[in-house]
Each structure stands twice: as structure tokens, then as C-alpha cells.
Design a protein around this ligand. Structure first.
Ligand SMILES: C[S@@+](CC[C@H](N)C(=O)[O-])C[C@H]1O[C@@H](n2cnc3c(N)ncnc32)[C@H](O)[C@@H]1O
Length: 278
């Protein structure tokens, strides 16, 4: 088996991209990823629905942003291809929509290119998302993204992967500052209002040797929306709170938006929202 994989793919240390793939029912993961997920699920029984709810939020959010006329997407921390990838959702609304997928995990690049290919409208870039300058100057970005037009920057289930010393929220502020007015962000982040539950998940993932950040509080994660117009989380678009919500309830036709899961036993969730640059 081992010689089928390029040497830069470390099969022994769990990777966030492959663990997430496993939770979504994918096949592009190794024993180390599956074991890590089982260990996490022992303390977080809702882990599988957690991942699936987040992925479903991504689809609804891309649909919403596309309906608002945005046709270019930077999908940061894109993850392994699954069903309804960003370009498939966006191109249902507008066949000319362009998507640049970015991830630092080589397995994402390998599978992404093999399955979806680089085309006139989509490309994959292997990069750390903190390398903003390199991403924006890459031939792929120059080809697909017109910086003078609104862009949607996607950070879905991503910034909790980055530790505080990388200043992930400062990085987003700098990036958004460079975008044209009318640009959007699609955002979700694992949060908890219980410091012990937050620390348990953070410590568990770091114990795998996997680079990660931390579970943050809802207030900390909400910093990403500062200075932006946060879109309605209601399916009918009513101008009513809440707007930064449990991802499973963001513009979900079957649920009213709520800020946290109603079951007090569920102590972690993905805080989600979509916002536009004035
Ligand atoms: C939980 S997955 C989310 C995938 C996708 N955004 C979604 O929500 O369906 C997080 C992804 O972010 C990627 N990632 C984590 N840290 C990163 C970094 N510093 N630069 C680029 N990608 C990163 C991981 O490799 C992984 O594929």
C-alpha cells in the first residue's frame, strides 16, 4: 500500500482533511484518521452530524452568495472533494462561476486534481492559507479571480485549525480589506460556551500530533464579522436576529435559526454566518 502514496503524505499522523472526509462517509482516509475520529467521537457523540451539518451549510451558503450575483470564490481550506463541491453548487446558479480551491494538505491537491481537474473555471492550489500574498499572486488566482469584482472568500470549518499566534482573524481582516465592495465571506468555526468542553476537544486533537488551533468561544469567533454586513440567517431573508447561528440552522428551510443547539448536553457546535463587505 505504502508505495502507492507519495512520500510527503504522512499516513501515520491523522490529517484534518482526511478525518473530515471519514466523518462525511468518504474513502480517502487512513487507519490513523479513523482511529482519531473514534477517539474524538467517544467524547463528542454528535461528531458525524456535526461534520455533515457543516457541509450542508456550505452548500446553502454558496447558493445564497451565488443568488446575490457573486461568481468568483476563493475556497480556503477546501478539504477533499465530496458531493456538491463549491464549483458544482455555484455553477448550478451560474455556469460561468469560477472557484479556486486552496488547501495545505497534499492529499487534497492530489484527489482534487484527479477527480475534478483544473479547468477554465476551477483550479486547486497547494498553499497554507496564511500565505495570502502567494495565493493572490498565483497564476491560478490571476487566471480565475478578478480582484476588481466582488469575491466570496470561504473559510468553512477552517479558522479553528489555526492557533492564536498565527493571528487568523487579523489575516482575514487584511484579506477582506483588499477585496472589492460587495465581496462576501462564508464562515463557520467550532465553538463552545463551556471552557472545559472546548479544552477537551482542543487537547484531544493536538494529542494526535495534528497541527491545529483551538475551539473558541462564540464571541471570539464572531470577531470575523466586524465591519461587515451579516446576512439574514432566515430562509425568507427577514431582517431579524440571530444571524450568527448554529450552522445546521442557517437558512435551513426545516429549522428556525438558533445561536446554539437546544440540547444543553451538546457543548460544541459550528458557529456560522455569511457577511458582505459594504
Ligand atoms: C474541517 S476541513 C473543512 C473542509 C471544507 N472547508 C468544509 O467545510 O467542508 C478543514 C480543511 O482546512 C485545511 N487546512 C487547515 N489548516 C490549513 C492551513 N493553514 N492552510 C490551508 N488549509 C488548511 C485542512 O487541510 C482541511 O482540508
Amino acid at each position: 500500500m505504502a508505495d502507492r502514496f507519495p512520500p510527503h503524505i504522512d499516513m501515520d499522523t491523522p490529517s484534518i482533511a482526511r478525518m473530515y472526509d471519514y466523518l462525511l462517509g468518504g474513502k480517502d482516509n487512513f487507519a490513523s484518521d479513523r482511529k482519531a475520529c473514534e477517539e474524538l467521537a467517544a467524547g463528542i457523540p454528535e461528531l458525524v452530524s456535526f461534520a455533515n451539518d457543516n457541509r450542508a451549510f456550505l452548500g446553502r451558503a454558496v447558493e445564497h452568495v451565488s443568488a446575490r450575483g457573486i461568481d468568483q470564490f476563493l475556497d480556503l481550506g477546501a478539504g477533499l472533494p465530496t458531493t456538491d463541491n463549491t464549483h458544482q453548487v455555484a455553477q448550478r446558479a451560474n455556469p460561468r462561476a469560477r472557484v479556486l480551491y486552496i488547501d495545505h494538505d497534499p492529499i487534497v491537491l492530489a484527489h482534487g486534481r484527479a477527480l475534478l481537474g483544473d479547468t477554465d473555471t476551477t483550479a486547486f492550489l497547494l498553499s497554507d492559507i496564511r500565505d495570502t500574498e502567494r495565493i493572490l499572486r498565483s497564476p491560478e488566482a490571476v487566471k480565475l479571480i478578478d480582484p476588481d469584482q466582488p469575491v466570496c472568500v470561504m473559510m468553512v470549518s477552517l479558522l479553528h485549525c489555526l492557533p492564536d499566534d498565527s493571528d487568523p482573524f487579523g489575516m482575514v481582516r487584511d484579506l477582506v480589506e483588499r477585496l472589492a465592495p460587495g465581496s462576501a465571506i462564508i464562515f463557520s468555526h467550532i465553538v463552545s460556551d463551556d471552557p472545559e468542553a472546548a479544552a477537551w476537544m482542543t487537547d484531544k486533537i493536538l494529542s494526535f500530533g495534528t497541527p491545529w488551533g483551538r475551539v473558541r468561544s462564540p464571541q471570539e469567533a464572531s470577531a470575523v464579522f466586524e465591519g461587515l454586513e451579516v446576512a439574514s440567517a432566515w430562509t425568507d431573508g427577514r431582517e431579524q436576529e440571530p444571524r450568527k447561528v448554529d450552522c445546521s440552522t442557517w437558512r435551513n428551510p426545516d429549522r428556525d435559526p438558533i445561536t446554539r443547539p437546544t440540547d444543553p448536553g451538546v457543548k460544541r457546535w459550528e458557529l456560522a454566518g455569511v457577511a458582505f463587505k459594504p
